[in-house]
Design a protein around this ligand. Structure first.
Ligand code: GTR
Length: 429
């Protein structure tokens, strides 16, 4: 039975919520003994209280029900009619990175209109692939040119968050930002292992600021004067939708095996990768790197970043309804183990970092653990025990997990674990 009870009640948290103090007004809690009493909703009991007994009932009844709950209460609903997306192959460089990779630059026209919103996909494949290759798809934070120092990658012209130190000035990328995230993107390693890597700048899909949903694809799909509904898509849902449009392209590329695409993301983009994997089952494997609150971490634990805090600081990330759960996590009809369960029976990997307490590593692990009963129901192995593995010791069944030493980041250790997990489930080239 997938129920957790924690008997240590935080008097402080209860009295705070009773007095309706703003969710972000108190210090984050990192003390396991101060977690409020919580009970996780059981993914294998339907809304009507019926026990889910077989794979068919999960597939036909409970999975769609849980997906709808996440759409309604957490991420929001993507618009229905989006058949128009088109693609343009801008450039192919057969000998990119000193001959180590084949590069493709593809422009995605979200609405099919040349003057509408676009996303630039940067794809690296093993040079001269002998057949369609499996591929990692992951959004980036700083523009495609930030993932490698190579001077031939076009500088992004999209809106950027200002960060002088990293080369972003007046909301534009400058040459100084080229390659600033290269450490997080071991392209040469990935292609040498027989995989492709496709990336796009998340701000091409929707700029990451609270703009009243006036920019990016939100604006393109919102009729003028149309009021936003409390379950309309927030930015995470929009970014996830953009990943699906990238997948639409990948399905047309004969050098990519679209049945072996792993979607990966770090931090807010880890939350995005999970939601993309839930909404779009074409993703064969899903990886969450340090995704934390609203990603892999259980909301009810209130360790580190909380629902209230994330909604205050990033009001545009989730749907309007999610704000009802500030300091009311127990009222959520879901928790994040149910998001991971939506990946089943596909392989899912959750990674944490030991010093990333803000993302609640223990809550990320428990979430992966409590998705286990769904994997078992579908005949797949899951995490074997409720105790975290040792630091730097990845654990891999159909559900994978590691806690790496170090901070909130994406490191080569993380990528080597993802490659091993992908080798196990997707096979290399
Ligand atoms: C933090 C935020 C986290 C995480 C992170 C990131 O400020 O609190 O939820 O998403 O940003 O995306 O880097």
């Amino acid at each position: 039975m997938n129920v957790v009870r924690v008997f240590v009640v935080s008097i402080a948290l209860i009295s705070l919520s009773g007095a309706c103090i703003q969710a972000f007004d108190f210090e984050p809690n990192y003390d396991e003994s101060q977690i409020p009493l919580y009970e996780l909703p059981d993914p294998l009991v339907t809304g009507a209280g019926q026990k889910v007994v077989d794979a068919r009932q999960w597939r036909e009844q409970r999975r769609p029900e849980i997906l709808e709950l996440f759409r309604t209460h957490v991420y929001g609903r993507r618009p229905a009619s989006l058949e128009a997306t088109s693609f343009e192959l801008i450039r192919v460089t057969p000998d990119a990175l000193g001959g180590k990779a084949l590069r493709k630059e593809v422009r995605v026209y979200f609405t099919g209109e040349k003057d509408g919103p676009t996303m630039d996909l940067l794809i690296h494949l093993p040079p001269q692939p002998i057949g369609p290759v499996p591929l990692f798809l992951a959004l980036n934070f700083g523009g495609n040119h930030s993932i490698h120092a190579d001077a031939t990658i076009p500088l992004s012209t999209s809106w950027m968050r200002d960060n002088q130190a990293k080369g972003y000035v007046d909301h534009r990328a400058t040459e100084a930002s080229r390659g600033n995230a290269a450490r997080r993107w071991p392209i040469e390693l990935i292609v040498s292992r027989g995989y492709g890597l496709a990336t796009a700048y998340y701000g091409d899909i929707d700029p990451d600021f609270d703009d009243g949903f006036q920019n990016g694809v939100h604006a393109a799909f919102q009729a003028a004067g149309q009021q936003r509904k409390p379950d309309d898509w927030g930015s995470i849902a929009t970014w996830a939708w953009g990943l699906s449009r990238a997948m639409d392209y990948l399905e047309t590329d004969e050098q990519v095996d679209h049945r072996r695409v792993a979607v990966m993301g770090h931090s807010r983009l880890g939350k995005t990768a999970l939601w993309a994997g839930a909404e779009d089952e074409r993703f064969a494997l899903v990886i969450s790197n340090d995704s934390g609150c609203g990603g892999a971490a259980l909301s009810r634990r209130r360790i580190g970043e909380t629902v209230g805090r994330i909604n205050e600081v990033f009001p545009h990330w989730f749907c309007g309804n999610f704000k009802q759960y500030n300091l009311q996590e127990n009222k959520l009809p879901v928790d994040q183990h149910m998001l991971l369960a939506l990946m089943a029976p596909r392989p899912v990997y959750v990674a944490s970092a030991a010093e990333d307490r803000w993302a609640d590593p223990q809550g990320e692990f428990l979430s992966a653990y409590h998705a286990g009963p769904i994997y078992h129901l579908l005949g797949k192995p899951a995490l074997p025990e409720s105790k975290m593995p040792e630091i730097d010791h990845p654990m891999m069944t159909t559900v994978g997990y590691h806690i790496r030493s170090g901070k909130h980041d994406v490191t080569e250790f993380d990528w080597r674990a993802y490659l091993a997990f992908a080798d196990k489930h997707l096979g290399g080239q």
